[in-house]
Design a protein around this ligand. Structure first.
Ligand code: MN
Length: 302
């Protein structure tokens, strides 16, 4: 079994574990028959992964994420037809349960972004660093839940920091994997391109601004392209570290990891080169989809 397939299999096990843990709540809301059918298909898929050479890496990812989406739409459709909005809000199984975050599978092989980002970096970055953010976030959420139920908030500052640190790490890395692609690079098109021109003057001016922001992040952190629902413009922010958000109330669209672990094995201290090369793996259609979703958010303009 390839290591990539092994990581997909591990993800399947996590999904099934979460599924089993919330099954009693699920059964109140979705027909048992549909859920059993889904679980059977998912287990069958997981078993296929163990059969040598039965699935190509990319097919395994596609099948897995398709099944995962099926489960989510099964739950959403059912909840829309049978429950009011207030009732839906009470059914927390539609959200990630407290302490139930999972590492998303990498949507391409570990070596898919070469030569721009090495296989070794991707394996370390996704399997070790991102996993530790997931574990840390789950632990922090459970500890904060414990604090709420015991009404003992003596360590809340510590756990809130942990939740911010690991939560930002988990959410930003999840975006990061998807806004890159082996077929990436080039320029965006359509609405996103029009908005970039409107907000920054031109794509070149935007790219220069974003690169300079990334290269000049103090120590570790991220460069982040955001849509501001308040100003109704795109903006570029620097996040030093990532628990210290320099701006709230924004939706990340394009993020670039400039923590050393993202590039050091390959580029040593040449972050600039890494930043310049990284543009070759940007998945613009995914960034465009994120923008389309994010721009639905509108607040009163001030
Ligand atoms: Mn990272």
């Amino acid at each position: 079994m390839s290591e990539y397939i092994a990581s997909i299999k591990k993800w399947c096990e996590e999904v099934l574990k979460n599924y089993d843990e919330s099954i009693n709540t699920l059964r109140d809301n979705v027909s048992t028959e549909k859920l059993d059918e889904w679980k059977e298909r998912f287990i069958q898929f997981k078993e296929e992964l163990s059969v040598e050479e039965s699935l190509q890496d990319q097919d395994a990812y596609n099948r897995g994420s398709e099944l995962y989406e099926q489960l989510q739409s099964l739950l959403e459709n059912d909840s829309e037809s049978n429950h009011t909005a207030d009732e839906r809000a009470e059914h927390s199984w539609e959200t990630v349960p407290i302490g139930g975050h999972t590492l998303p599978p990498l949507p391409y092989r570990y070596d898919a972004l070469e030569p721009y980002i090495d296989e070794e970096i991707m394996r370390l970055h996704h399997d070790k660093h991102h996993q530790s953010y997931v574990d840390g976030l789950n632990k922090a959420e459970l500890e904060i839940q414990k604090a709420r139920s015991s009404n003992d908030f003596d360590l809340i500052k510590h756990w809130e920091r942990e939740a911010a640190f690991h939560g930002a790490g988990h959410y930003l890395h999840t975006i990061f994997w998807y806004i890159m692609s082996p077929n990436g690079g080039g320029q965006p098109s359509g609405d996103l391109m029009r908005e970039i021109n409107r907000s920054f003057g031109s794509f070149d001016q935007f790219k220069k601004h974003f690169s300079e922001a990334a290269k000049n992040v103090e120590a570790v952190g991220w460069a982040i392209l955001v849509w501001s629902p308040r100003s109704r413009r795109l903006e570029i922010l620097q996040a030093e570290k990532h628990q210290n958000l320099s701006q709230w109330d924004v939706v990340p669209l394009l993020v670039l990891d400039v923590w050393e672990h993202a590039y050091y094995l390959q580029y040593k201290n040449e972050r600039d080169k890494y930043v310049d090369n990284w543009w070759e793996v940007v998945n613009w259609p995914e960034v465009g989809r994120r923008y389309q979703q994010a721009k639905q958010l509108r607040w009163k303009a001030f």
